[in-house]
Write a protein that binds this ligand. Structure first.
Ligand SMILES: [Zn+2]
Length: 277
């Protein structure tokens, strides 16, 4: 990028959180993006990773990087299967080649929503894993009710790790993703006292395997179910995670920060820019 972002994200010395999965391009945020970003920055969010969902969102994703200096990914999301045409894979490849995104995503399989052709989803996943491999990029995975199937393809087409977003599998599945170099994304689902399995996973998985995310505007937290989820909620999510793990907030924030850099294969910024209090 030749120009400076208008509202750049930057590491703050007091607290620094990274939202590793935020759909700032969602219609819920149209006309509100500057406000959503400003609120996130005020809440100590130092970076957002914006996955894209279909080819129409690629240009918008680039505009958001220009304006906010955030991290981006390009991908064809399985839930939007009907919008993807074969030549969108070519368009995706052009963007991967030309625009230096941090990852390929959001890609994966959704076996929960009815009416999504499984074999077409799988073909699309395979082609995008091949692109991630070709361009040596990590992937942001959508794995709703499809963990084992996605793991099968990751074993066939190894990629440089990435993030299994909104992780909700078994400890064994978690272990399998971790062995393949993945971090696991946790967010608003931890806020529900009834989410016993997710809370248990968040409490017991190795700290080195975790990253924080909102999936904004989706996965609304328990305390704000009537409005879109926003990245400033990370401030509360990290507190919930610290309580679940009985760990100091500072230690947790620093670990999550470096885990996210690691998931994306990025060098950590200089030591004096690391969060510390
Ligand atoms: Zn998503």
């Amino acid at each position: 990028m030749s120009t400076q972002p208008t509202m750049p994200f930057q590491a703050r010395p007091d607290i620094c959180l990274i939202d590793s999965h935020c759909h700032l391009d969602a219609p819920e945020f149209h006309g509100q993006r500057d406000a959503v970003v400003a609120q996130a920055q005020a809440a100590g969010v130092g970076q957002l990773l914006l996955p894209s969902i279909h080819s129409d969102s690629f240009a918008d994703t680039l505009l958001m990087r220009e304006r906010y200096g955030c991290w981006i990914a390009f991908g064809l999301h399985p839930v939007y299967l009907q919008r993807h045409l074969d030549d969108h894979l070519h368009l995706l490849e052009t963007h991967l080649q030309r625009d230096a995104p941090q990852a390929v995503g959001e890609i994966g399989l959704d076996f929960y929503l009815p009416g999504l052709d499984a074999s077409r989803q799988e073909t699309l996943l395979v082609e995008q894993l091949k692109l991630a491999r070709k361009y040596n990029l990590p992937v942001l995975l959508h794995i709703r009710r499809s963990q084992d199937r996605v793991l099968k393809y990751l074993r066939q087409i190894p990629v440089p790790g990435g993030i299994a977003h909104a992780f909700n599998g078994s400890p064994q599945q978690a272990e399998a993703f971790i062995r393949l170099g993945f971090k696991l994304g946790f967010g608003g689902a931890m806020s529900y006292s009834g989410s016993r399995r997710i809370r248990a996973l968040a409490a017991t998985l190795p700290l080195s395997a975790l990253v924080l995310e909102t999936d904004a505007p989706d996965i609304r937290p328990e305390w704000a179910q009537e409005k879109p989820n926003t990245p400033d909620n990370l401030q509360k999510f990290v507190q919930i995670l610290a309580e679940l793990r009985s760990i100091e907030l500072d230690t947790l924030v620093t670990a999550l920060w470096s885990n996210t850099y690691q998931a994306l294969g990025l060098d950590l910024p200089a030591r004096d820019r690391l969060p510390s209090r």
